[in-house]
Design a protein around this ligand. Structure first.
Ligand SMILES: Nc1nc2c(c(=O)[nH]1)N[C@H]1C(S)=C(S)[C@@H](COP(=O)(O)O)O[C@H]1N2
Ligand SMILES: [Mo]
Length: 245
């Protein structure tokens, strides 16, 4: 069911600014006294075309781990706002202040800070987009492959909001990059598969580094980007080792 249709039916006033999502899980610690995560999204994200209240996944009940019986899914927005075990949504005239909306939870400094900085809480802002990212899923790191012949490497890539525009791999620690073959997403916001043939020139130790680029031209960095108190948004390139024989 579309989230925007449910909200529209309930009535969204002009003063609506933000949603607040509630589920019926207990705090991860098991302590029933502790406040349970309750996040929300800006009203425009909630009223976008793609948000759904889901009750099945691949034609079956949603697995408990992913939020049975009802799960919010708001593609293009950080998954932390996609409430599992959904019981209630309210609409607010200001940013939500539920558990994990304030302090250092899912928030980033409003300006770049040096690693380890004690950032004042009032200078933290809610993360509304996730950066482009990719993984190498084949072969397993440390695999032996024959030198001088092509070996297939593959994985998945996704962008926080929209498509991945290009995918590259490097076998020389980022000195040179070759373009990988990137499949279109099976549906809007879906992960994209990629694959590349790499030829390791001689016997020895190599790494495959994988780097996705989004439609705005932003690529994954080769080192940890933008330190922040809780370590969010680390989209550094993923790398595996290959041993050429
Ligand atoms: N009810 C409830 N919903 C939740 C959470 C939670 O702890 N409780 N965690 C959130 C966070 S932080 C993330 S990253 C996603 C993870 O969803 P997944 O396990 O289906 O990948 O669920 C979100 N929804
Ligand atoms: Mo998370």
């Amino acid at each position: 069911m579309r989230l925007k249709d449910v909200l529209a039916k309930a009535g969204v006033k002009d003063s609506a600014v933000y949603t607040a999502h509630y589920g019926n899980d207990v705090h991860l610690s098991g302590d029933s006294e502790k406040e349970v995560i309750s996040r929300g999204v800006p009203i425009d994200n909630a009223m976008a075309e793609d948000g759904i209240i889901a009750w099945d996944m691949n034609g079956q009940d949603i697995p408990a781990l992913h939020g049975f019986p009802l799960r919010l899914v708001i593609p293009g927005y950080p998954g932390s706002a996609c409430q599992k075990y959904l019981t209630k949504i309210t609409i607010r005239d200001q940013e939500h202040d539920g558990a994990k909306m304030t302090g250092y939870s899912y928030r980033l400094p409003a300006y770049p800070v040096s690693p380890g900085t004690e950032v004042p809480e009032q200078d933290m802002v809610v993360m509304t987009e996730m950066p482009v990212k990719s993984l190498v899923t084949f072969p397993r790191t440390g695999t032996e492959v024959a030198s001088g012949t092509a070996s297939e490497v593959r994985g998945h890539a996704w962008a926080g909001n929209g498509d991945v525009a290009a995918m590259h791999v490097s076998i020389d620690f980022g000195q040179t990059w070759q373009e990988a073959k990137l499949d279109p997403p099976p549906n809007r916001f879906a992960w994209q598969r990629w694959r590349a043939d790499v030829t390791l020139p001689q016997a020895g130790y190599y790494e495959v580094w994988a780097r996705a680029t989004d439609k705005n031209g932003l690529s994954q960095p080769v080192t940890t980007p933008g330190w922040n108190p809780r370590g969010y948004g680390n989209n550094m390139v993923h790398r595996i080792a290959l041993i050429a024989t």
